[in-house]
Design a protein around this ligand. Structure first.
Ligand code: G6P
Length: 611
């Protein structure tokens, strides 16, 4: 997804902007560009199709020098990936704009501008902003006021960065519907769509509000006006996660590093939230206890991997709290005539807190008479967090690999905390609460033991490298884990993978099973084990090769065409978290064997901030 970086600094800004773009690469993009108010006057721009490295090579040949500038990584929405469509966009040669999001009325604006004689160089919606601004800025002498007038004409969602040769040493930023933060330096100021992009220059940030416009100027001056045009002060917050998360360390890929971080981040997600016998309900906020007591239903809405976490939570919440639960993907939910029974808690799950569909679902839900909204999210200060009544941070730290790993297992951990908090209020037996709390405390250690099986999973992965399809099976709360396993495999190795509840096998997918279709299954020691074993027999009888991740006590072992990897015994309720880990490792090793771009798979983005 698109990324923005901007800077007004004492030093030359080229390398600050370039490093910022590198740090945003994880979001997925197709081209990159930069514009700087040149030291000798005027504006200079460099753009390149493809990776940030291509832009860096161009800058090496033709460097930029100046104290203010903007830069961008683009993920195509209007117009194909090309250098002409890459940002920054200009009107004439004195002003440049970078933009995340979508301008919905761009066609009408474009026609009007063309009638006025403006000539467009790109197919993007962004270029209308540049020309509108050119018109508004002419002779106006105040770039911020000109930006405000342009914003009034725009429908849609955006974050913007603007520079103008007439006001060197100034960067204007604006946000409505897309995230934008100001980085506070020492006599320097920065702008970015994600604080990660700026951690090399500052750890102090101002999270802009909806409708804010900001002017960064010399000596680190930061002026913010809100949606009503009033000058406002916003709190400066210190970024909580260290910069270490933005580097791979000794790992070959971010994804592998993040898989291995899971014992630590699951422990972080539990920290301060477990009492001796139950979950501390206040972890969800001061009003949580009172609100949870009134919960009669739960609606969970999310996208992608986060949606799979929601599906697991349905099994948990219904089993341990007796509260009925609906789970839905946000892009469907937001366009449905949803019926909201009295006393319904609305829960969103999101790693980024900026996913456009999830955010739109929350805004839609706020008009529908829900009891309250709860965001389970990994990014403090994100839009979802700021717009929800209650929040629980997952504490996974920055996740860079596009394929979500530690964000998912910490979401599950947080959802188990929600289950226990609601359960506590709804009368879940004290012994069950204590057993689950104890099991949660032991979970990081068990995940560590599963990670120690990495070499064995790597050996198994060899069987997949030449395959074109794979089938994942699970039952109960492990059906969503099978879905997540299949999603991981297709995202990063491009192998077509499907997941089914094992009981559905004979209603269709069994027709696909032959020696070319590996079947992966998770078999924890739960009440559905015997049923799962018969499903696996059905696969073997059709010549399908089986890969089973099984509890050490279930009596499944290697045989002809059957490969079994034993996992340590875990409390039945927490098995979905533990059994996720070998599936992540399997996808990772298959992708490495296939030589794909593991951390930035083709066509995908980390944070999908457009619909
Ligand atoms: C994108 C990412 C997925 C992620 C989904 C939802 O598709 O590639 O990994 O699960 O968005 O993102 P969120 O930040 O809302 O969890």
């Amino acid at each position: 997804m698109c990324g923005i970086v901007g800077a007004v600094a004492q030093r030359n800004v080229q390398n600050i902007l370039l490093e910022g773009l590198r740090r945003l690469e994880y979001r997925g993009y197709d081209s990159a560009g930069m514009a700087v108010c040149a030291a000798q006057g005027g504006l200079q721009r460099r753009r390149a199709l493809g990776k940030v490295a291509a832009l860096a090579a161009r800058l090496e040949a033709e460097p930029l020098t100046g104290h203010s500038g903007i830069a961008h990584t683009r993920w195509a929405t209007h117009g194909r990936p090309s250098e002409a469509n890459a940002h920054p966009h200009q009107s004439g040669d004195r002003l440049s704009v970078v933009h995340n999001g979508i301008i919905e009325n761009h066609e009408a604006l474009r026609h009007a501008l063309e009638r006025d004689g403006y000539v467009f160089d790109s197919e993007t919606d962004t270029e209308v902003i540049a020309h509108l601004l050119d018109r508004e800025a002419r002779g106006a002498g105040d770039l911020l006021a000109a930006v405000q007038r342009v914003l009034a004409a725009l429908d849609g969602a955006y974050a913007l960065g603007v520079v103008h040769a007439d006001e060197p040493d100034t960067v204007i930023g604006a946000r409505k519907g897309s995230p934008l933060v100001v980085g506070v330096g020492i006599d320097e100021a920065f702008l970015a769509s994600d604080p990660l992009a700026l951690l090399q220059v500052t750890d102090r940030f101002i999270y802009l509000d909806e409708g804010d416009v900001v002017r960064l100027s010399g000596k680190g001056r930061i002026e913010i006006v809100d949606a009503r045009g009033q000058a406002v002060e916003r709190e400066v917050q210190t970024f909580e996660h260290g910069d270490g998360a933005a580097s791979k360390g000794s790992y070959r890929h971010f994804m592998l590093k993040e898989i291995h971080e899971q014992p630590a981040v699951i422990a972080a997600a539990l920290e301060g939230r477990l009492g001796d016998h139950g979950v501390l309900v206040e972890s969800f906020g001061p009003e949580a206890a009172e609100l949870f007591a009134r919960v009669k239903q739960v609606h969970i809405v999310a996208c992608g991997t986060s949606y799979h976490a929601g599906m697991v939570a349905r099994y948990w919440l219904e089993r341990y709290t007796g509260v009925p639960v609906q789970v839905e993907v946000a892009s469907e939910y937001r366009y449905r005539q949803v019926v909201v029974p009295e006393g319904t808690l609305f829960v969103t799950l999101s790693q980024s807190g900026e996913t456009a569909d999830t955010l739109a679902a929350l805004r839609f839900a706020r008009e529908r008479g829900y009891l309250a909204s709860l965001a389970i999210c990994n990014v403090p200060g994100s839009s979802l967090v700021r717009e929800s009544d209650l929040t629980l941070m997952t504490q996974a730290g920055p996740e860079i690999g596009v394929a979500s790993t530690k964000a998912f297992t910490t979401q599950l951990t947080a959802l188990m905390l929600l289950t226990l908090a609601l359960g506590r209020i709804k009368g879940l037996a004290a012994a069950e609460q204590s057993a689950l709390v104890e099991a949660l405390r032991g979970l990081p250690g068990l995940v560590d033991r599963v990670l120690a099986l990495d070499g064995m999973v790597e050996t198994l992965s060899g069987a997949f490298a030449e395959k074109h399809h794979a089938l994942f099976l699970g039952r109960g709360a492990h059906f969503p884990i099978a879905l997540e396993g299949a999603l991981k495999l297709k995202e990063i190795s491009y192998i077509h993978a499907e997941a089914y509840p094992a009981g559905e096998l004979k209603h269709g997918p069994l027709a696909l099973v032959d020696s070319e279709m590996p079947v992966i299954s998770v078999a924890p020691n739960d009440e559905l084990l015997d049923k799962l074993k018969s499903n696996l027999q059905e696969v073997r009888a059709r010549g399908g090769e089986l890969f089973v991740f099984a509890d050490e006590g279930v009596g499944l072992s290697d045989g002809e065409g059957v490969h079994v990897l034993h996992l340590p015994h875990v409390h039945e309720a927490l098995a979905p978290i533990l059994y996720t880990v070998p599936l992540q490792l399997l996808s990772y090793h298959v992708a490495v064997l296939k030589g794909t771009d593991v951390d930035q798979p083709r066509n995908l983005a980390k944070s999908v901030t457009v619909e």
